[in-house]
Ligand binder design. Structure first.
Ligand code: GLN
Length: 544
């Protein structure tokens, strides 16, 4: 019998529900259970692909090409599983499906309503994702905060699931903020109490409460939460601020949460997956005890919101941990270099320059300036997607002498469209889910840096783009020393570039960060951080 854990949030969004959900999954894996995780997003968008990363954070791309909420990234990283686009359910998808069915005549004669038609569709989607995964336990996180109008059908659907699946197979977990008042340092539970009341009003009584607080909450306050929440004292836990989020499963485990959940769901285990727990603990320890440090300049367009680059941040740090190096990232607005070109020389203080994904003209010149600086000063450089495309533009302008070379995304009328729309994109008018998405095969050229890093001649990496290197210019680039060390199997699409005479100059059309996992860094990120560290140590030796 499949067990379902439903996670709701109270008081505020962004209190770390996604991390708690991932940690719950991790604690179950420590006990040898297989898990999957679903995120329900009550917004009307069909997927996250059309949303501004500056507001909503990055769009996470799944192996099967889903453009999903960034929480799926946390689930994948914590649980080391590949999820499908079906693991992200949105209001847009649900209504689209219900309306399509109505038009087809599936509900002939009926008045189509939120209950049961919309809620049935939500339950159907949860169950089918559960079934496809074959997992023992299915975690379903409901986005937003209890009390949001748009979240109601989702909460109603999970309320019904208890009736249908049974008490012993369902568990409601509520994660809510406990703020600390500045003046008195008091931990205030009132907002949490109200959010529990709101949940009860719709018919859901939580089984577990996770109080999210800056500090560990003392026993009396936890007991108060138990009293007002009408749940046993041992069912209240605290997720407090920790030095690394990968520690959250361990602090919840310490409070007995793993055992409590299993008892409550009748999940019997005769062994703890000690290996996995040990591996996780070691990883956490290695993050905290890095001997070295490297400083990276991330030159981007959404630099003000770290969540815009969350998978990239994590991939850089996974790579750092593997090199025994803490990775310090400075987020630099690319436009700052355009406004004040002299500022570019600040980049010489960094051990590495990283150009992330991006869209549109804003800041593109600043990024090109940063790439040129990296190339000319032989500072390790990694470019991802837009970073790859702009590295091609920079090379075209400054090495191949193609004056005014550009991407047609930036200048439609450029004389040298070195980056251009992929042919199949020309007729594309719809913006939703029409990019080149998800995992595609890449053939890696033997004897190149890419080959060394990946240790394979065939790899699969995740994509999200509309533009590509214009095949008409490939000859020119190669003649001038640019090596395309990864290509699509038909050889038409450029996937990886490198400059062999540089310390580390590497860029990819794909996004390695989506496959990076704690303890198993992605090869391109690893190669980058390793050379940042090597170069830094070389420099230090010379200075010494
Ligand atoms: N804007 C570029 C494209 O659409 C790059 C996209 C990206 O960086 N993910 O091809």
């Amino acid at each position: 019998m499949v067990k379902y854990i439903f996670v709701t949030g109270g008081v505020l969004s962004s209190v770390g529900k996604g991390i708690v959900t991932s940690s719950v999954g991790k604690m179950l894996q420590f006990r040898g259970f297989s898990v999957t995780a679903i995120k329900m997003d009550p917004y009307v968008n069909v997927d996250a692909g059309t949303m501004n990363p500056y507001v909503h954070g990055e769009v996470f791309v799944t192996e099967d090409g889903g453009e999903t909420d960034l929480d799926l990234g946390w689930y994948e990283r914590f649980l080391d599983i590949n999820l499908s686009k079906e693991n992200n359910i949105t209001t847009g998808q649900v209504y689209q499906a219900v309306i399509e069915k109505e038009r087809r005549g599936d509900f002939l004669g009926k008045c189509v309503q939120i209950i049961p038609h919309v809620t049935d569709e939500i339950k159907f989607r949860i169950r089918s994702a559960a079934e496809k995964s074959g997992a023992d336990v299915v975690l379903t996180e409901c986005g937003g905060t209890v009390g949001d109008i748009e979240g109601l059908p989702f909460l109603e659907a999970i309320r019904q699931m208890r009736l249908e699946e049974g008490y012993e197979n369902t568990l409601y977990m509520h994660v809510a903020l406990v703020p600390i008042l500045d003046v008195t340092s008091e931990m205030k539970t009132k907002p949490l109490q109200h959010s529990v009341n709101e949940l009860r009003r719709i018919g859901i009584q939580p089984d577990i409460i996770v109080a999210r607080c800056a500090k560990m909450i003392n026993r009396d306050v936890l007991d108060k939460i138990s009293l007002f929440g009408t749940i046993p004292k041992e069912a209240v836990f605290c997720s407090y601020n920790v030095s690394t989020i990968y520690k959250v499963p361990l602090i919840l485990e310490e409070q007995g949460m793993g055992d409590y959940m299993c008892r409550r769901l009748g999940l019997t285990f005769n062994y703890l997956n000690i290996d996995e727990m040990e591996r996780w603990k070691k990883f956490v320890e290695s993050i905290e005890n890095c001997k070295h440090a490297v400083r990276i300049a991330l030159v981007g367009k959404y630099a003000g919101l770290a969540d815009s680059y969350v998978s990239m941040n994590e991939a850089l740090r996974h790579a750092g941990t593997a090199c025994d190096a803490q990775v310090l990232i400075d987020y630099i607005e690319a436009e700052a270099f355009e406004e004040n070109p002299k500022k570019i020389s600040d980049l010489k203080y960094y051990d590495g320059i990283f150009i992330p994904y991006g869209f549109g003209p804003r800041g593109s010149l600043g990024k090109i300036m940063a790439i040129r600086f990296a190339r000319e000063h032989n500072i390790p450089f990694l470019g991802i997607c837009y970073g790859f495309q702009l590295a091609v533009v920079e090379f075209a302008r400054n090495i191949c002498g193609l004056e005014g070379a550009n991407s047609t995304e930036i200048d439609e009328n450029t004389q040298h469209p070195v980056i251009d729309l992929m042919p199949e994109q020309h007729w594309m008018t719809y913006k939703g889910a029409t990019m080149r998405l998800g995992a595609h095969k890449i053939v890696v050229k033997e004897g190149t840096l890419a080959h060394k890093l990946y240790g394979a001649v065939e790899i699969y990496e995740r994509h999200r783009h509309r533009y590509e290197v214009n095949p008409e210019y490939i000859d020119t680039f190669e003649k001038h020393g640019l090596v395309f060390s990864g290509k699509s199997p038909d050889g038409r699409r450029m996937e990886i570039l490198e400059l062999p005479d540089k310390f580390f100059f590497f860029a990819s059309q794909f996004h390695g960060e989506f496959k990076s996992r704690p303890g198993r860094p992605d090869p391109e990120y690893y190669g980058f951080i390793k050379s940042c560290l090597d170069r830094k140590q070389d420099k230090e030796k010379q200075e010494f």
